[in-house]
Design a protein around this ligand. Structure first.
Ligand code: ZN
Length: 268
């Protein structure tokens, strides 16, 4: 597929990772676009890529993934949702909101995070007017050296409904933002991948890879410290660890999530 100048190739993510790694190495792309969890998995299978750009899409790009993927080339993100193309990288690799085309109102939700409310009148069939997204963003406070006035996204933190609600010292629910927990678990040396899921009103399960007694201890200590820093009371939270099951092909990775519903079902 492509032209004399460009050659595109689509890799089916439902195929075995080892096959993807082999074919990707042989293909030698100069630009590679994909969800970071898949790119990492292919990289771990030994795919050798030297690209001019590695573009992360569809999932939150965590700093640990970005650090590994830089072995392939400069890493940038594109922020795209069902609602359209919402942020693009500039020549400095910084992610700018597409404010030339979409109007963004940014609602503060606490913890230094904002939730976008977009109005995109270019869409005629289905215009978005004051449409609230589920995503949480952390903005960069400084203007970008590229000179664009469009605001800069420092991090796409995750979805509002992935924020955890765990008990504080008085039993009151305290919000734990997903990036706070990701930061804590990224600090565990030797931890390759993980998920954290709130499975009850005061229960948090950590799925770890690898899941060894030593790593379990370190991960639990980091998470307890992060909960304390967030204002929750780790003594009231039941923490458990399990080995991380492989990500089902074709599913989006969400490293931090909250199972719903949390409350036990009431029988009439
Ligand atoms: Zn810029």
């Amino acid at each position: 597929m492509g032209s004399r100048w460009l050659d595109f190739r689509f890799f089916d993510l439902l195929r075995p990772v080892a096959d993807l790694a082999r074919e990707l190495t042989a293909y030698r792309p100069t630009l590679i676009v994909g969800p970071p969890a898949v790119l990492r998995a292919v990289q771990d299978q030994g795919a050798g890529v030297q690209a001019e750009r590695v573009v992360s899409v569809a999932e939150v790009l965590d700093p640990d993934d970005a650090a590994h993927l830089r072995a392939w080339g400069p890493v940038v993100q594109v922020y795209q949702a069902t609602e359209g193309l919402l942020a693009l990288p500039c020549e400095h690799g910084e992610l700018h909101l597409t404010e030339a085309h979409v109007h963004f109102d940014l609602e503060a939700v606490g913890g230094g995070l904002v939730r976008p409310v977009i109005t995109d009148l270019r869409r005629r069939v289905q215009p978005f007017v004051c449409h609230r997204l589920d995503d949480l963003l952390r903005l960069h406070p400084e203007p970008c050296p590229c000179g664009r006035a469009a605001r800069r996204v420092a991090a796409i933190v995750g979805r509002q409904d992935d924020a955890l609600q765990l008990p504080g010292p008085g039993g009151e629910p305290v919000t734990i933002w997903p990036d706070f927990l990701r930061g804590a678990l990224s600090a565990v040396p030797g931890l390759r991948d993980y998920r954290a899921e709130q499975t009850g009103a005061a229960a948090l399960t950590l799925a770890l890879n690898p899941c060894t007694p030593d790593l379990d201890t370190r991960a639990l200590a980091e998470v307890r410290a992060a909960l304390r820093r967030s204002g929750a009371d780790p003594a009231q939270v039941t923490l458990s660890t399990v080995p991380l099951p492989p990500l089902a092909p074709g599913t989006k990775r969400r490293r931090v999530s909250r199972a719903r519903p949390l409350a036990p079902e009431v029988t009439p």
